[in-house]
Design a protein around this ligand. Structure first.
Ligand SMILES: [Zn+2]
Length: 71
């Protein structure tokens, strides 16, 4: 279960994320694999658009990045 933090900056846009981060398998900030990791948090919505197709997707980050970026 992930906890939602509202004090994190917006995640990178969808077109800058790799497939793993966009799919929620990797940290959207450092790219570390989140599979089996405890304490992952929602990083918010990564915004993106490809033509008429909206790519907005909730992405996740590792606890280290969440702690480093929490304001
Ligand atoms: Zn990270």
């Amino acid at each position: 279960m992930s906890q939602r933090l509202h004090d994190l900056p917006e995640p990178p846009p969808a077109n800058e994320l790799g497939y793993a981060a966009y799919s929620g398998w990797a940290c959207c900030w450092c790219g570390k694999s989140l599979l089996g990791m405890r304490g992952t948090v929602s990083a918010g919505i990564s915004r993106g658009r490809q033509g008429a197709h909206v790519l907005d997707m909730e992405v996740y980050c590792c606890p280290d990045c969440a702690a480093a970026r929490r304001r």
